[in-house]
Design a protein around this ligand. Structure first.
Ligand SMILES: Cc1ncc(COP(=O)(O)O)c(C=O)c1O
Length: 482
């Protein structure tokens, strides 16, 4: 859907849906929020949903479902083997992607486990435009390592480049030669590249990158978890694509890859995961891993109700009216923050608005987790829960030293069709307040640091009493109740 124009003012995002079921929200008073974030070990993953006003941690598994998705759940066909729900999903995915073999898994990281278990041997190198936390963790778990070759411009926070997720083609070829093709089990391209701010890859870049892989006989894998946003951006930003339908673009993209996997907590607006495999022998070489780790091949650890819902969600993801909602809301939020001079990743993506914490709280050293501190500060000052996507989300190097992230981001995800424009305005307003009081935010340090995926369960503490001082300043401006 192109942005609707208005008679009296500049365009704003216009919802192409109406809200029919709502959930009550709680906005705790500031002092209670202060206590809750302390109790959560300064880790927003550890907050309880009841204590959050607007949950912008992620879009994963929390997108609003449509009436058609809810309705489809009622015809779910429960069977250990041979569920009709699965066959309906398989047929729909075959129609959309044109790939014959379909393997269900309980979520995206389960697909990554299967890919790593099947293809990656100790010492192997998996090349990516950029890593995703769980994708990398599974590869390193089996002894492989990851090379990230996103173009340099992808790591520049302020930009007007339309496809910052593009892989550097020269570096890709050089890396394959250096590693030797035998040591590269697959190249993984991630649509809507999550950790650099949900930035898309162009069709042309995917085509050129997969051609290089073909030249060297290397398998090509697409992580399509954020494909719906990437499709929107290909259609609206890439030359020659405006006249093609979303389905046509999807098929053009799919035709480039040997394997496509995705988290259906994102793609499909439900909760699950799927691996699509083009080649029969390749499929046979992987199929036993599904019953071993997930469940029988016609449910893969998913509830059949979810399978029914996501099948409708896949079809809805081919509808420009539906997939434009995320990018248009994010774009609005990013543009408003940018106009206030707040460091935010531009251009806007589909996944969420990403604050550039390295600049926002540039006085906090990277080893004190500036993005982790900023996300806690925002919760104290608004009840909005975001997610740290920076050094805290990295794992330490083998020698125990910190691996500094190339970007320090606070992600404010926009679950699809969940928040209104006035809620978006509230977020913009509180981020602006925080930006004007940014010198009050201090660093964090670990009290309990898990070895793997430490950002999920780690416990931290502030390096000083900065959270109390920040809360005092906030209450002085807004009163204690908000
Ligand atoms: C790009 C990408 N790949 C993989 C995953 C993992 O999916 P899941 O959370 O369903 O395990 C995610 C989750 O956020 C993701 O964003």
């Amino acid at each position: 859907m192109p942005q609707i124009t208005f008679y009296k003012h500049d365009p704003i995002p216009l919802e192409m849906h109406k809200v029919r079921i709502v959930q009550k929200l709680n906005l705790l008073p500031t002092d209670e929020r202060l206590q809750k974030i302390k109790d959560a070990g300064y880790n927003t993953f550890q907050l309880h949903n009841h204590d959050i006003f607007l949950d912008m941690l992620t879009d994963s598994g929390v997108n609003a479902m449509s009436d058609d998705m809810e309705a489809a759940m009622h015809r779910a066909d429960d069977a250990y083997a041979g569920s009709e729900s699965y066959f309906r999903m398989e047929k729909t995915l075959q129609e959309i992607f044109g790939i014959p073999y379909c393997m269900p898994a309980h979520q995206g990281r389960a697909c990554e486990n299967i890919l790593a278990t099947r293809f990656v041997k100790p010492g192997n190198c998996v090349i990516m435009n950029y890593h995703f936390t769980t994708a990398k963790a599974h590869i390193t778990r089996v002894g492989g390592h990851v090379e990230e070759l996103v173009k340099d411009e992808g790591l520049v926070s302020k930009s007007d480049l339309p496809f910052k997720g593009n892989i550097d083609l020269d570096k890709l070829e050089a890396c394959i030669k250096k590693e030797t093709p035998e040591n590269v089990p697959f190249v993984r391209l991630e649509a809507g590249t999550n950790l650099i701010g949900g930035q898309p890859i162009s069709y042309e870049n995917m085509k050129a990158a997969t051609n290089i892989c073909k030249k060297y006989g290397i398998l090509t894998v697409l992580d399509a978890s954020l494909l719906q946003d990437n499709l929107y951006f290909i259609k609206t930003r890439e030359e020659g694509m405006a006249d093609k339908s979303v389905r046509e673009i999807t098929r053009m993209v799919a035709d480039l890859f040997d394997i496509i996997y995705f988290s259906a907590r994102k793609f499909g607006f439900a909760r699950g995961g799927v691996l699509l495999v083009r080649d029969r022998d390749l499929y046979y070489s992987m199929e036993d891993l599904i019953p071993m780790f997930e469940g029988f091949l016609t449910y893969g650890g998913m509830s059949v109700r979810e399978i029914e819902a996501m099948t409708v969600g896949f079809v809805e993801s081919m509808d420009m009216n539906i997939i434009s909602q995320g990018p248009q809301f994010v774009g609005y939020c990013v543009d408003c923050l940018d106009k206030y001079g707040i460091p935010v990743i531009t251009p806007g993506s589909g996944l969420g608005a990403h604050l550039d914490a390295a600049e926002f709280v540039g006085h906090i050293p990277q080893e004190q987790y500036p993005a982790g501190a900023l996300v806690c500060a925002l919760y104290i000052c608004s009840g909005v829960r975001g997610m740290e996507r920076g050094t805290l989300s990295e794992e330490r190097n083998a020698d125990g030293s910190e691996r500094m992230a190339s970007m320090e981001l606070v992600r404010l995800a926009f679950p699809r069709r969940v928040f209104t424009l006035s809620q978006t305005e509230y977020v913009i307003d509180r981020v602006k307040w925080l930006y004007d009081h940014r010198e009050l935010v201090g660093g964090l340090r670990f009290v309990h640091e898990p070895k793997t995926l430490r950002f999920f369960t780690g416990v931290l503490e502030p390096v000083s009493d900065w959270p109390d001082k920040l809360a005092e300043a906030y209450k002085a401006d807004f009163g204690p109740e908000q």
